[in-house]
Ligand binder design. Sequence first.
Ligand code: GLY
Ligand code: GLY
Length: 293
Amino acid sequence: MFSLIVHGGAGPHRDQEDGAGAQEGCLAAARAGAEVLAKGGSALDAVELAARLLEDDPRFNAGTGAVLNVDGEVELDASVMDGETLRAGAVAVVKTVKNPVSLARLVMERTPHVMLVGEGADAFARSQGIPAIAPGALITPLQRARWLEAQGAKHGTIGAVALDARGQVAAATSTGGTSGKLKGRVGDSPLIGAGTVADSRWGGVSSTGLGEFIIRVGLARTVLEGMRRGLTPDAAAAEGIAELVRIGGDGGAIAVRTSGEVGWAFSSERMAGAWARDGGREGTFFERTGSVR
Ligand code: GLY
Ligand code: GLY
């Protein structure tokens, strides 16, 4: 048995056409992750691959296509957590790395730390042989235009959560943050317990929405706690989102429970995502909270 779910962010898709493209990108990432799991690969490898594909897809606010800060630069945040060992890795305010989720994994596996930020994170990437991308390489014409107009998608995130055939869970989240953000601003996505959490005893979670609210309710941890109490992933996600709404935030969360179900909930108008399970079962979602048992 295995399960995987991905999201392409809550809210940034302006219309149905955008939404169809986002669901297509999510399904492609979910399928690629599911292929890893079908071959007996780890949940960690599956979420990293799914997140990399979403980072590379210019339709999402992560990696290529990330939103720009107040100075018109890209500053990326990402994290990953291994629910088997509870090891975690994260990077924030990274400027020269195409796939921050993979850099987060290297922080987890090759340093004694959980998070590296800014110049130090970029320097660590070089030390690991990750080439610096050209300045501006991740900036798409669409995001440049939106920045010039100072409007459009304000935030957006991608995430992946998986349960592998060994019963282990992993989660990953990656984002360009919020458009027009101050230099140095860090959102929820690289913060363990806010943007990402995984514990193979219960499940894993990836969040999306405005980080300033998600951080304060520890959204991912809140959803995980719900599953620990026995809630299904959709019910646990809905409970976490209710906490977010209570303080004036909105957003979404995807979750996988160790028993195999996947679920999602959001308070934003929309959240694009896709799931895949063993037996070739798969689907996408956009406008409704739900679950697959
Ligand atoms: N609107 C979704 C997000 O930030 O993550
Ligand atoms: N959820 C992404 C952010 O606020 O940065």
